[in-house]
Design a protein around this ligand. Structure first.
Ligand SMILES: *Cc1c(COP(=O)(O)O)cnc(C)c1O
Length: 389
């Protein structure tokens, strides 16, 4: 006799998965033999650079790496992270207490509320956004308070719109710049304002910096850690996933405030056992890569950005010109919802984007395109768009 398997309330209460219908439609199109141009996913199509793969091959041969790793990461890995921050951002970090390894930054983002959020505490989450901020909050028993990112505000949250009673109960504020899905980049003024709010209401800022290295026109975006006072109020999450085309490797890090890093470390010590050391060793090689390696990746995305922007403009679609990230946040034409337009593009043109409302209600009216196909496919997409619009 089988038992009755009952999901926990926290799983039952998860918001519906808005992309499920789109996924199903994509499968149907593929099974009918449609040549789908999938520009919906934020996963680089480019391979991990060869010198990193070679370093991994050497590292995996070493028996000392076959044992349990350190919970917080090898010291040599944490030193490589600190060196990277010094070289690229002129930020000083103590590898012993201000850096921790993560099994991808998603892992750290999902777990950090467990360290600081009690029942009835609030976590400030941007929307539209990467869903992990609010889901991690819910799993920890906290309550997300959504800060809308609106076009008229350059996709920054308007802190003056958050009620005092909410700010008083808030323990964590998640921020993400360069932003997924809007591609907005932060200004120093915005980060300073966030720090003032954090200081006044005692809120930990968790900045997700997954896209700082995917930038264009030679303009490197800010790291939150560069802003005066940042280390006193928060941490920054980073990952090798997008920077070095290593999404499958599962490695990242958090840096910044040592008490916050220690809190996250306590959770991780009790849940996971760290990152495979061979991956850490290959990641040290990645972090020490010549600038030319990243320049080449950025160049590829920039060519794609320019091609897709031009294509979208040529059919009258308005997309924001990203200075960073590999996304084009695009307004859907008059008369369509995000979902209607996504479905129309798939059915009529075999082009798959991500409906903006899937990232949260204020994303309604937008569609996100990812620059994760080559220029020839982008040109093909443009030709198809011309036929249907
Ligand atoms: C891709 C992504 C991440 C994390 O990726 P990991 O592979 O888990 O390091 C984090 N935040 C945002 C906004 C992302 O798009």
């Amino acid at each position: 006799m089988s038992i009755k398997v009952e999901l926990a309330q926290r799983v039952k209460s998860l918001p519906p998965y808005l992309f499920a219908r789109i996924d199903q439609m994509k499968e149907e199109a593929l099974s009918k033999g449609v040549d789908v141009i999938d520009i919906s996913i934020g996963d680089p199509d480019l391979p991990t650079p060869g010198h990193i793969v070679e370093a991994m091959k050497r590292a995996v041969e070493k028996p000392e790496h076959h044992r349990y790793p350190s919970y917080i990461g090898m010291l040599s890995y944490r030193e490589a992270v600190a060196d990277w921050y010094r070289r690229l951002y002129n930020v000083e970090l103590d590898p012993a207490g201000e850096v921790i390894s993560l099994i991808g930054s998603k892992e750290g983002i999902a777990h950090i509320p467990l360290a600081f959020v009690d029942k009835d505490d609030i976590v400030l989450c941007p929307t539209p956004a990467y869903p992990v901020y609010s889901i991690g909050t819910i799993f920890a028993g906290g309550t997300p308070y959504f800060m809308p990112l609106k076009e008229e505000n350059n996709f920054f949250p308007d802190f003056s719109q958050i009620p005092e009673s909410v700010l008083n109960r808030a323990k964590i504020m998640f921020l993400n710049y360069p932003n997924n899905p809007t591609s907005a980049t932060a200004t120093e003024e915005f980060f300073k304002e966030a720090i003032r709010v954090a200081e006044k209401y005692n809120i930990i800022i968790c900045h997700d910096a997954a896209y700082t290295e995917i930038f264009f026109d030679g303009k490197r975006p800010l790291s939150f850690m560069q802003i005066e006072g940042a280390k006193e109020v928060g941490v920054e999450f980073h990952s090798l996933s997008k920077t070095y085309n290593m999404t499958g490797w599962r490695i990242g890090y958090a840096v910044g405030n040592r008490d916050v890093i220690a809190g996250l470390g306590k959770i991780k010590t009790n849940i996971d056992s760290g990152v495979f050391q061979a991956i850490q060793e290959a990641s040290i090689v990645a972090l020490n890569s010549e600038d030319s390696v990243l320049d080449e990746i950025r160049n590829t995305y920039q060519q794609r950005r320019d091609a897709l922007l031009e294509g979208l403009q040529s059919v009258g679609l308005k997309a924001f010109r990203p200075e960073a990230t590999f996304y084009l946040w695009t307004r859907v034409p008059e008369g369509y919802s995000s979902e209607d337009f996504t479905i129309m593009l798939l059915e009529k043109a075999g082009i798959l984007g991500t409906p903006g409302n899937g990232f949260g209600e204020p994303g309604e009216g937008y569609i996100r395109f990812a620059l994760t196909v080559d220029v020839s496919r982008i040109k093909e997409a443009t030709e198809r768009l011309k036929k249907v619009l």
